[in-house]
Design a protein. Structure first.
Length: 149
């Protein structure tokens, strides 16, 4: 059995992965993985003493946020769903990732409110409509604060 097969067979039962395991988990080599960490498209490791480990949930979220071949890179509702899921789990997200999604998302929400065609409710839920309308009416920045991480 190859060393790679041994590592791969251990992946599902562990939450914290070493750098080579994390790269393998995502399907890339260590060099590319390090490059993606530098570009903040992959998460930084968590530390236990001097040991650096990657959380599989962080890796899953980063992987889901990668662009899909043939699709225009946009701030889609899928991105929002990923960030919302991470927020619920209190998982740190690279600031560039959050700001890349949340600022345009606030603009989209504002446009949805102005259209008044039900799109806001579909995207954000009916219960959030009065909160968003009140915050937007105040015109004091409180609407944008709804989208802060």
């Amino acid at each position: 059995m190859k060393a790679r097969d041994i590592v791969a067979s251990r992946l599902p039962i562990r939450r914290g992965l070493s750098e080579p395991e994390a790269a393998l988990y995502v399907g890339i080599g260590v060099t590319k993985f390090r490059e993606m960490i530098t570009l903040e498209t992959m998460p930084k490791p968590r530390c236990i003493g001097t040991r650096r480990l990657w959380d599989v949930d962080d890796l899953d979220a980063a992987f889901r946020s990668l662009p899909i071949e043939g699709e225009e890179e946009t701030n889609s509702w899928d991105d929002w769903a990923v960030l919302d899921d991470l927020r619920k789990k209190q998982t740190p997200v690279p600031k560039t990732r959050a700001s890349r999604v949340l600022k345009p998302l606030a603009e989209m929400a504002k446009n949805d409110l102005e259209k008044n065609d039900g799109s806001f409710e579909r995207h954000f839920g009916k219960k959030n409509l009065p909160i968003a309308r009140d915050a937007l009416a105040k015109n004091d920045g409180s609407f944008e604060k709804l989208f802060e991480w």
